[in-house]
Design a protein around this ligand. Structure first.
Ligand code: ATP
Ligand code: MG
Length: 137
């Protein structure tokens, strides 16, 4: 069954949005197969966002991701990669539709509270980066 990597970033955890965000995935009907709270190192954040290393905001983005606890999760279900991105909404919360997580709960792109894998390959890579096989149920 299809799986995706979802993470609540330090701003989402700090703002107390864990239950709100987890419940949206649960209510949709997706299945939680792994979850843990971690403070990633900056080197780890750089690995996670490796595809963005040429972008001007890369350093700030990695500093931010490693600035506090991140709730790392794996969710499973038919179409979960694409639909998970739909639940999350557009990257820039100014452009995310109301009803999406970023649309309802975030204001600026640098503090958009949640990450979701953008395709089957990145989902596989990100799950392997963040979790050991025995951490998945
Ligand atoms: P994510 O990978 O976190 O799920 P995304 O796939 O919607 O987000 P990406 O293009 O992968 O968007 O960008 C990764 C993250 O980098 C964004 O979530 C955002 O926090 C940050 N980011 C993207 N564009 C900008 C920007 N112009 N300025 C500052 N931060 C940005
Ligand atoms: Mg992305």
């Amino acid at each position: 069954m299809e799986r995706t990597f979802i993470a609540i970033k330090p701003d989402g955890v700090q703002r107390g949005l864990i239950a709100e965000i987890v419940s949206r995935f649960e209510r949709k009907g997706f299945k939680l197969v792994a979850i843990k709270l971690v403070v990633p190192s900056k080197e780890f954040a750089q690995k996670h966002y490796d595809d963005l290393k040429e972008r001007p905001f890369f350093n700030g983005l990695c500093e931010f991701l490693s600035s506090g606890p991140v709730l790392a999760m794996v969710w499973e279900g038919e179409g979960v990669i694409k639909y998970g991105r739909k639940l999350i909404g557009a990257t820039d919360p100014q452009k995310s539709e109301p009803g999406t997580i970023r649309g309802d709960l975030a204001v600026v792109v640098g503090r958009n509270i949640i990450h979701g894998s953008d395709g089957p390959e990145t989902a596989k890579d990100e799950i392997n980066l963040w979790f050991k096989p025995q951490e998945l149920v």
